[in-house]
Design a protein. Structure first.
Length: 527
C-alpha cells in the first residue's frame, strides 16, 4: 500500500512528486546514523537555517531514526529503533537533542518471528503512540507523566502477519493512517490470512471497517530453470519448483477526489482490445462514517505502458477523479518527457483512450511536481525544461567537461475547466553542476512545505553533488535570484523536510549512508 503516492510501486520521486491538499506528515527517516554538522552559508534576508546538535556517541549502523512526537512536548522527538529491539527517544533540551528514555521492545518467541514497530495517533490532539505488530496481535505503549510506560498493552488480539527470514527481529512498518480526517489514525493490519482496516469506536476500542472486496490474495507460482546448457556430450538438466505468495499488492489508499478523506483504489492489469493490455482502477469514494460503497464510485481504464507513471487528481473540481500519465525517454542527448491529462466525465466507467490535454517538455528523467502552488484551491504542476543543445559546442563543453547544465523550472497553474495553459505562468532559470550519471541518483529539486512562514511552498535545489540551496518564496509564487540559504551536503545525501519544533515552519534533516551521518537544521524566520 502506498498512501498519497504514485499509483505504482516504483521510484516515486523520479517521476511524479505528490503534494496533496491533505498533506500527510512524514514520520520516518532511514539511514545509517551518526549525527554530524556541515558548513552553513546564509544569504541576507528574513530566513535562516539553524544547526541543531544530535548526539552521535550511541548511534550505530543499521538503525532507523524517526522524527515524531511521542512524549507530548512542544517539539517532535527523534526515535531510534535498532534491529535488536532497542528503542531510544531523543528530546530537545535547549538547542540540542539529548537521550530522554530507553526501551527494550519485546520480540516474538517463534524462531522466525518479527516485531513490527510503528507510530499512530490514537486520540485527537494527542502525541503519537508507539505501536507493535506481533504475531498474536497489536500492542500499544501508554504515556504517563511525559514518559513511555515500560510495557505495552494488547489492543487487538488477532493472528497477524508472521515475519520471515533476515537477521533483524525488529523492523519499522508504517501501518497507522488517518483515513477520515478526524484527527485519529486508523490501523491497517496485515493479518496471517487477510487484511483489515480498524477504526476506533470509543477510546482504544476498535472494530473492522467493511471493505467492498478483499484485497488479500493467494498466488501459486511455478518456476522452471535450466541448470546446464545444451551439450552434445552431457544431458541437459532442468529443475522446477512451486512457490506460494500471499498478501496485498493491488490496493492503493489515496484521496482520489480531494475531499480530504482517503479513498480505496483497487488496481489490476487486464487484457484489452487490439492485442494490448489495460490498467484498470476501481475507485471507491469514502462515505460518511468511514464507509465505502459496495460497487465502485468510478472505474477508469488506460492503455498499459510499463514505462508510464500514473496518478490522480480532481483537476477541474467537479468531484470526479481525473488522471495524469507521465512518460520519459531517459535520453540525455535528446530528452523528451510527455505529460498527458485525462479529464473524466460523469459516467461510472470510462476507457480513457485520448488525452484531454498534453504537454511535451525537454526533460531527460521525467520530473514533475503536483500541488496547489498559488493557494487558489486548484491543482497546479511544475516540471523542468533543460535548455542545453547537443548541436552547440558550448553546451557540450559545459555539460561534459564542466558538468554544468541550465534548466527552467516551469510552473503551470490550474485554470479549472481549461486545466492548464501551454505556456508556463512562471519559469525561473537555475544551473546544476552534476555529472551525467548523477541524474538517476537523487532528485535535483524539491518543492517543500512553507519554510519561511509566508504560506507558500519553498524551493530546494541540489545545485551540485555537495551543495543544497534553499529559495524561500516571496509571499507568492516567486523566488529570489539569490538563494536564501546554502548548505554543504555529502554527495549521497538524502533530504527530509518536516516541522520538527512544531512552530509551523518546515525544517531540514540531512542523512548520508556513506558518511554515516545525520544533520538537523531548524528553519528560522527573522523578525
Amino acid at each position: 500500500m502506498a498512501p498519497q503516492r504514485d499509483m505504482k510501486s516504483r521510484n516515486v520521486w523520479r517521476m511524479i512528486y505528490e503534494y496533496p491538499f491533505p498533506c500527510l506528515t512524514k514520520r520516518s527517516l532511514w539511514g545509517f546514523l551518526v549525527a554530524g554538522l556541515f558548513n552553513l552559508a546564509l544569504a541576507k534576508g528574513e530566513f535562516s537555517l539553524k544547526p541543531i546538535e544530535l548526539p552521535s556517541s550511541d548511534l550505530l549502523p543499521k538503525q532507523s531514526l524517526h522524527p515524531v512526537n511521542v512524549l507530548g512536548g512542544p517539539e517532535k522527538e527523534f526515535v531510534r529503533i535498532s534491529e535488536g529491539g532497542e528503542l531510544v527517544i531523543y528530546a530537545m533540551e535547549g538547542e540540542r537533542y539529548v537521550v530522554a528514555q530507553n526501551l527494550v521492545l519485546p520480540t516474538p518467541r517463534e524462531a522466525n518471528g518479527k516485531t513490527y514497530v510503528g507510530f499512530g495517533r490514537l486520540r485527537p490532539n494527542a502525541p503519537y503512540s508507539i505501536l507493535l505488530l506481533m504475531p498474536e496481535g497489536l500492542y500499544a505503549y501508554g504515556l504517563a507523566e511525559n514518559r513511555i510506560e515500560d510495557s505495552p498493552k494488547l489492543l487487538i488480539k488477532k493472528p497477524m502477519i508472521q515475519g520471515q527470514g533476515g537477521e533483524s527481529s525488529v523492523q519499522y512498518f508504517e501501518f497507522a493512517l488517518d483515513l477520515d480526517a478526524d484527527g485519529m489514525d486508523e490501523l491497517l493490519l496485515p493479518e496471517s490470512e487477510g487484511f483489515s482496516i480498524y477504526r476506533q469506536t470509543a477510546p482504544l476500542k476498535f472494530e473492522p471497517v467493511a471493505l467492498p472486496k478483499s484485497p488479500f490474495a493467494h498466488e501459486k507460482i511455478f518456476n522452471l530453470r535450466r541448470q546446464t546448457p545444451d551439450d552434445p556430450v552431457r544431458v541437459s538438466a532442468l529443475s522446477g519448483w512451486f512457490s506460494q505468495r500471499k498478501g496485498v499488492d493491488n490496493l492503493v489508499l489515496f484521496d482520489a477526489n480531494q475531499d480530504k478523506k482517503i479513498d480505496l483504489v483497487y488496481t489490476s492489469i487486464l487484457p484489452g482490445g487490439r492485442g494490448k493490455q489495460v490498467e484498470r482502477y476501481e475507485i471507491y469514494y469514502q462515505q460518511r462514517g468511514l464507509r465505502f460503497p459496495d460497487s465502485p464510485s468510478q472505474v477508469l481504464e488506460l492503455d498499459y505502458d510499463e514505462r508510464a507513471y500514473v496518478t490522480f487528481r480532481d483537476f477541474n473540481r467537479d468531484g470526479r477523479t481525473d488522471a495524469v500519465v507521465l512518460t520519459s525517454n531517459y535520453d540525455i542527448v535528446n530528452p523528451r518527457t510527455v505529460i498527458r491529462f485525462y479529464l473524466a466525465g460523469s459516467k461510472p466507467y470510462q476507457f480513457l483512450s485520448e488525452p484531454s490535454d498534453q504537454l511535451v517538455t525537454k526533460d531527460p528523467i521525467g520530473l514533475m511536481a503536483l500541488g496547489d502552488f498559488n493557494g487558489d484551491g486548484f491543482c497546479d504542476f511544475a516540471t523542468t525544461f533543460f535548455s542545453y543543445q547537443f548541436g552547440s559546442a558550448e553546451d557540450i563543453a559545459s555539460l561534459v567537461v564542466a558538468n554544468k547544465v541550465r534548466f527552467r523550472l516551469q510552473f503551470f497553474l490550474g485554470k479549472g475547466g481549461k486545466v492548464f495553459s501551454h505556456q508556463p505562468d512562471y519559469a525561473p532559470q537555475y544551473t546544476l553542476n552534476l555529472k551525467l550519471d548523477a541524474y538517476g541518483g537523487y532528485q535535483p529539486f524539491a518543492l517543500v512545505e512553507d519554510m519561511n512562514g509566508d504560506g507558500f511552498m519553498d524551493l530546494a535545489i541540489r545545485s551540485d553533488e555537495n551543495k543544497l540551496t534553499i529559495y524561500t518564496s516571496e509571499g507568492k509564487l516567486s523566488y529570489p535570484r539569490q538563494p536564501s540559504a546554502t548548505i554543504a551536503v555529502p554527495s549521497d545525501a538524502n533530504m527530509d523536510f518536516v516541522d520538527l519544533n512544531e512552530d509551523g515552519l518546515t525544517d531540514l534533516v540531512v542523512s548520508s549512508l556513506q558518511k554515516h551521518s545525520v544533520s538537523v537544521y531548524f528553519s528560522v524566520k527573522k523578525p
